[in-house]
Design a protein around this ligand. Structure first.
Ligand code: 16G
Length: 246
């Protein structure tokens, strides 16, 4: 493929397509280097600025990453975030990763008015607050902050959680089987503390999730989670909104 100077498509977009084709079809593997900006410029007859613009876009999209002084490399494909009521443990295992978790904080707090409304309990009622760093094959993926009414799982504070599944524990110890949930997902900027935990530069983009999970109509968990936007993407199937009436 070459750059067509007569095309109405900007040159940096044409180069983007060429590089994406390469990454997808030429057998370039994750962590393989792509040619330098100078080489690409010479090969396609483009200015260094145009090449840089293309690479900047592909880095921002998470297709490439740069290592200062070393070059530009093919990034790992992102993980598709499960849009089902799955535990982190189940989800990671299904993808062939070894799930892990590190306790960051565990305490019992009185529910604020806001949390009480979300959990449908009275304000001030005791709630387990559990903060965990979730890992896949040892790599930090998300910080999850779960709130579970004490009444749902009274002795939970005494249970070891590191390296275990919270949902499995709720099921096995308390007979709580989650059967429905709702979730919002929005873009956010990682605060400095979470950025350190996740191994991200401060101010990195993240996905902020708020999930309410229910068992037989009772809200069991309100979880507020920060997921790495450089490692996750969302995919959904689309049904037509309007069906033609003819
Ligand atoms: C999921 C849930 C989280 C829950 C966790 C339990 C989101 C986005 N995710 O990651 O709320 O606490 O699963 O996982 O809210 P576990 O059973 O592996 O501990």
């Amino acid at each position: 493929m070459t750059i067509d100077p007569a095309s109405p498509i900007p040159k940096y977009s044409q180069l983007r397509e060429i590089l994406l084709d390469w990454i997808e079809e030429s057998g370039l593997a994750v962590d393989d280097a792509i040619p330098s900006e100078r080489e690409l410029g010479a090969r396609y007859g483009l200015s260094r600025m145009t090449v840089r613009q293309t690479i900047d876009h592909l880095v921002a999209e998470g297709k490439l990453y740069r290592v200062p002084g070393k070059g530009t490399f093919v990034a790992r494909p992102k993980i598709e975030m499960s849009l089902r009521l799955a535990s982190f443990t189940e989800d990671m295992r299904a993808r062939g990763f070894e799930p892990g978790s590190r306790d960051l904080a565990r305490r019992i707090d009185p529910a604020s008015g806001h949390l009480a409304r979300l959990l449908a309990i009275r304000p001030g009622a005791p709630v387990h607050h559990i903060e965990r760093l979730r890992t896949a094959d040892g790599e930090p993926m998300a910080v999850e902050r779960s709130n579970i009414p004490l009444a749902v799982a009274p002795g939970l504070a005494d249970q070891r959680l590191a390296g275990r599944s919270l949902y499995r524990l709720l099921e096995e110890e308390y007979g709580v089987l989650l059967d429905s949930g709702e979730q919002t997902i929005e873009a956010g900027v990682c605060d400095p503390a979470d950025a350190r935990l996740l191994g991200l530069p401060a101010g990195s983009a993240v996905l902020l999730l708020q999930r309410r999970s229910f068992a037989a109509g009772v809200c069991v968990e309100v979880a507020i989670s920060t997921y790495r936007a450089d490692r996750y993407q969302l995919r959904s199937t689309l049904d037509p909104l309007y069906r033609g009436t003819g």
